[in-house]
Design a binder for this molecule. Sequence first.
Ligand code: AMP
Length: 330
Amino acid sequence: MLQSPKSTKVRIVTPADDVAGGKRHRGGDKDKDAQEHSQSGVLEDCAVATEIPWFTLNDIDVGKRLGAGKFGSVYVARERRTGFIFALKVLDKNQLITHRVEHQLRREIEIQSHCRHVNILRLYSFFYDEKRVYLMLEMAPGGELYGLLQSRGTFSEARSAWYFKQMVEAIQYCHTKHIIHRDIKPENILIGLKDTLKIADFGWAVHAPTSRRETFCGTLDYLPPEMVHNKRYHSQVDVWGLGVLLYEFLVGKPPFEDNSEKGTYKKIKTCTPVFPPHVTKEAKDLITRILHKNPLDRLTLEEVLQHPWVHLNTKGENAVRLQKHYGGML
Ligand code: AMP
């Protein structure tokens, strides 16, 4: 993985192109999925140019640590020539190899580096040396949305609607590019400049132009019934994920949470979320229309945005008010 600069076909975007501003576990067979992809040549679909190694550590001043993940740490960094500030994610190659996630990282880089949306964290570039892989990411000074949700317990309906809309639009963009995210959850959302939400983790995403998928993946609490039943699935898995996310915003925990994995599976299969009394009728209606067992019965993302709860909360003057309170872009 990432041995030779010519071996990966990621179009490198320089920072000058742009002025940027306790986890739940996953299931699944990443290796099978990765193999499937490299064999089918899906990775090649994303390739638009040959990689040119633009940066090395010598071009960068590395500052304080912003956080740590499973495979390394994230630091604030500055490109020396331009003064451009970004987040540098440093991944330990040995760790990546030990956990057999090289293909996953490669796919993540391919996908994220091609996304251009205000609610998707930019991956500007990457480079590597003998021991590490370095990802140059858009800086997200607000940290994980998960932290904010934990500190507040729940979000108000207004805040939830505003955040939810940003995430729906980001996923809508992914789907137009035939990318299925497959792992939507608050831990994978960062708070960027101007408090704009950014989907940040594409570790489980796939570029699936035509085929339906069978790989079991994602985070248990967010798994849709078709994945639990090991059935084929399509982009509607992300609609389900958004429904679970909205429930978690409003209630403070995911709808199918249970003390045991078995219990969670059972709840997902029966698919009857219970709503505490403070959730309004309109929000309940939206979530229930999203969390349909049959993926084809779920609302489309367009319909989700047109749903009265989203529409009324976020349209016109309300949008201006919400942006003032909670950040984001109009
Ligand atoms: P990760 O390895 O992606 O789980 O990141 C570990 C931690 O680093 C996160 O929980 C964040 O607090 C922080 N972090 C990751 N990416 C960024 C970023 N782009 N900007 C600011 N902080 C980040």
